[in-house]
Design a protein. Structure first.
Length: 578
């Protein structure tokens, strides 16, 4: 007997694809599927969207289409019908340091929206989502919890580290080399050599920058299979994870396990804990609230900061440490990091994961690896406080955030030097028109004010390259790259565009930063602040039409994730239940 004929078919009575594949009145719809070579048997199976952020913009995304083909084989082997589609990505490494970075955070919303629209329009029953660069990971996860169909997330994998004359380097070193070059500390020839060897393969930035931070989140939050987010992009081992993810999503359909069964308040707290423990990107404090918002869970910057404060920093990863993602994977991967956190009471074990088992059940299969020094035991951490800290004060009533992993001094007081765009500040840094001990202020770069909340890696890396990374501080209502290091405070809220306190600063105002106590203040009285607010005139951007203008009209504050729609609390029906 034919094995295919003998198989059990999943009943489509409650699946979205019944609206396009079942009954005589759907003959026109089925004719389109036949036109693409599908058989009647394949049309009768669940339709699984295989969404990837593939493009030729950067190495982060270049391997995603190949990996998607393996996912499709896994779906087909488990008697599903995969339907591949792509969405956009804006790659931060290329968008960085110019107007293109305004598109980056906006792309997160476009990714989530376009995946939603594709799934809705074609009535797909489940999704396997592949993502590479920074914003594509949260964008894809936001779409999954918004749609709430059975979902598995796959990270395309990290890039391999580069090698410069025997020293392991990443793209962070290239950005910092620009600063060294600007002060004559690096020759033209050395800079050219560094840029040619820093990024030797496909994959996302190799250290614990935003992509790898959110990849760590994907496993910790339960949407990705264990180990799948750690294997570097060039490793053939990735095919096993892609194939298994395709098979797994079919099992989730059968068991009706959906993203909102997995992404709970406790799962979000687990995700925040792994960010802190790994010295991850401050951008996680923007993306976790945005994911929570899709479900209607209140989990803002202060909730994230609360978890950060009580979680030890245990993974010795760049930019604060010495290792990259490949090293952590080979030491035991993200499950090893989670294992020590779980064993010492920093993770909730009862949460469900895409394996169909709880996190505690997954952890029972993980053994601690003594023969590595990438991940420290949680009871013997690198530092007792997490690698990322939340701040609050009269300069940031709605919060701010700073990465402290690898930093020795957690206090800074100095006079403000104010800039209304990143370009103004970068020019001042390039020309050395600033003084040691100053606090550089970059404002009108928030979600509305940018618009788009740019990252400031070019500026911070230049400061570090000039040897001034620990001699000045920098605050902004914009963002920082996961590759940023030094006293760099982002997400200051309310932002300048809505007359937040950062808009009222003047050159010479004394700013006080205390990351130990979580404080960010300016030495001004409330009366003086109100007096300045009455004279405030705002700052008009060049973006008065197009996608960036549209984003600025609807985007909310950074504290709640800079989202652009009302979210799960206002939802009256869920796509998965159509």
């Amino acid at each position: 007997m034919d094995a295919k004929a003998d198989k059990q078919q999943i009943d489509k009575a409650n699946l979205p694809s019944r609206h396009v594949t079942v009954g005589p009145h759907r003959a026109p719809h089925r004719s389109y599927l036949y036109a693409m070579g599908l058989s009647s048997e394949e049309i009768a199976q669940p339709l699984v969207g295989v969404a990837s952020c593939w493009n030729e913009a950067a190495p982060c995304n270049i391997s995603l289409m190949r990996q998607a083909q393996v996912v499709k084989k896994g779906v087909a082997a488990a008697h599903g019908t995969p339907r591949e589609f792509c969405t956009i990505t804006v790659t931060d490494g290329i968008a960085m340091g110019h107007q293109g970075m305004k598109s980056s955070l906006v792309s997160r919303e476009v990714i989530a929206d376009s995946v939603e629209l594709t799934m809705r329009g074609h009535c797909y029953d489940a999704i396997v989502g592949l993502a590479g660069c920074d914003k594509s990971l949260p964008g894809m996860m936001m779409a999954m919890v918004r749609l709430n169909v059975p979902s598995v997330f796959i990270y395309g994998g990290s890039i391999l580290p580069g090698n410069f004359r025997g020293q392991q380097i990443t793209v962070q070193d290239v950005f910092e080399a620009v600063g060294r070059h600007s002060v004559g500390d690096l020759s033209d020839e050395d800079l050219e050599e560094i840029e040619q060897v820093a990024c030797p393969s496909a994959g996302s930035c190799g250290a614990q920058f935003t992509a790898n931070t959110m990849a760590t989140v994907a496993e910790a939050i339960g949407l990705a299979l264990p180990y799948s987010c750690g294997a570097p992009a060039p490793y053939e081992l990735r095919d096993k994870f892609c194939y298994a993810s395709g098979e797994k999503v079919m099992e989730l359909i059968e068991k009706n396990i959906r993203p909102r069964d997995i992404v709970t308040k406790q799962a979000l707290e687990n995700a925040a804990a792994v960010v802190a423990a790994s010295g991850g990107s401050t951008n996680a404090a923007l993306h976790l609230p945005a994911i929570a918002h899709e479900i209607g869970i209140k989990f803002d910057l202060f909730d994230v900061a609360r978890i950060f404060k009580k979680t030890p920093y245990v993974a010795d990863l760049k930019p604060g440490g010495k290792y990259v993602a490949k090293d952590m994977f080979e030491a035991g991967g993200i499950p090893l990091l989670m294992k020590t956190l779980f064993d010492h009471g920093y993770l909730h074990g009862e949460v469900l994961t895409v394996t169909g088992r709880t996190l505690a059940e997954n952890m029972s299969h993980i053994k601690w690896n003594e023969n590595q020094d990438v991940i420290y035991p949680a009871n013997k951490p690198i530092t007792k406080t997490g690698g990322v800290v939340g701040l609050k004060g009269n300069l940031a009533p709605e919060g701010a955030i700073v990465k402290v992993a690898g930093m020795d001094n957690l206090k800074f007081t100095g006079p403000a030097r104010c800039f209304n765009t990143e370009e103004e500040c970068f020019e001042a840094v390039k020309e050395r028109k600033y003084e040691e001990g100053e606090v550089l202020v970059i404002r009108y770069e928030g979600p509305k004010g940018g618009p788009g909340m740019r990252e400031m890696l070019a500026t911070t890396a230049a400061l570090y390259g000039q040897g001034m990374g620990d001699k000045v501080a920098l605050i902004t209502d914009g963002r920082f790259s996961g590759a940023t290091r030094g006293f760099c405070i982002g997400h200051v809220g309310p932002e300048a565009a809505v007359c937040g306190p950062i808009a009222l600063l003047r050159d010479g105002d004394i700013i006080e930063i205390d990351a130990n106590k979580g404080k960010l203040n300016v030495q001004l009285t409330d009366a003086e602040m109100k007096k300045r607010a009455k004279k405030w005139k705002g700052h008009k951007t060049d973006f008065q039409s197009g996608a960036l203008w549209k984003y600025a009209q609807t985007v909310g504050d950074a504290r709640d994730g800079a989202t652009t729609h009302p979210g799960g609390k206002k939802e009256t029906h869920c796509y998965a239940d159509i």
